[in-house]
Design a protein around this ligand. Sequence first.
Ligand code: MG
Length: 369
Amino acid sequence: MKITALESRRYRLPLAPPFEAAWDPRPRQHLDESIVTVHTDTGLRGHAGGAAAPDLGLLETLLIGCDPVDSDRIFDICQSVDFHGGRNWTVEVAVHDVVAKSLDQPLHEWLEGSRSSFPAYASTGERLGAEARAERTLQWREQGIRAIKLRLFHRDWREDVAIVEAVRQAVGDTVDILVDANHGWRMPGDRSPRWDLGTAAECARALADLDVFWLEEPLDPALVDDYVRLRRVATLPIAGGEMVRTLAETQRLIGAGAFDVVQNDVVLAGGVAGTRRVAESAKQSQILWSPHTWSTGYGLLANLHVALAFSTAPFIEVPYDPPGWSPARRDFMLPAPLEIAGDGTISPPAGPGLGVEPDFDALERWRVG
Ligand SMILES: [Mg+2]
């Protein structure tokens, strides 16, 4: 099998009412996403999405004629393009989709995963007050959700801790609570201040008292030494690394002892092959690997397959905060939304590759390029 062409389709879903993400400086009015398609000489096609591939033309030139099964070569080419350009890892994931399809296997099986569903944690995104957040969590518990992640968004972390406390009081020990400080990176143009080590340590202490499962991205990952110091004093696990770009940087953070949980996202950093290496490094260092999955349905799906094979964490992130971030919005490019089942787990659709085939005709109404 040989790669013969790459193709991309861009879509824009209007968000009315807008989505007020905890990490966005202004409400999100629309959702821009792409589906990347890899064509082969067998007629089989692979698809992936969840992040645009800005250097598609260059990648097409370099990948035409390659055997999709040669994952090291595909990874090296994608990595060299990533160095000079944007994050193009959806291309690498689309290549994996076509490889698994050619073997008539779900991607997670081809990656030698031994299970087909994974416990989910509902990863929230909206700015919501304590009472509303506690109520919503109780509702979700009735649906079977057993773990949630709360985002901090106030200038003063004490206001956020009050929300965590309200949720903990409401659910007792029936729901695991994770917390994402969102200080690992900023959206374009956002110059709002980030925590320093002292603030992170103080907040970590308060969250540990509320039995929080992990604290995510309390600091800029460039501050490797501060992460190491924080981890020494913190009494709850520290997670991070979701937007760290290169394999080398991620492995340096793991090697330094910066994290208890490392969280690269297959469509944003490293693809499937790079993630396999990150997961192996994590295992050797006796820390957990658990993917960041917050893009759209295709991104969640790719990370879910890889998590089924490599994740060592007790649950996987599932972006979920309806009505602002509903499965219908998140998965608008998928033929059907992925749902957390009544037992709190999530599974990919059965079928080879990622388990979905895009309905391009139905998607035409959102097409912008
Ligand atoms: Mg995060």
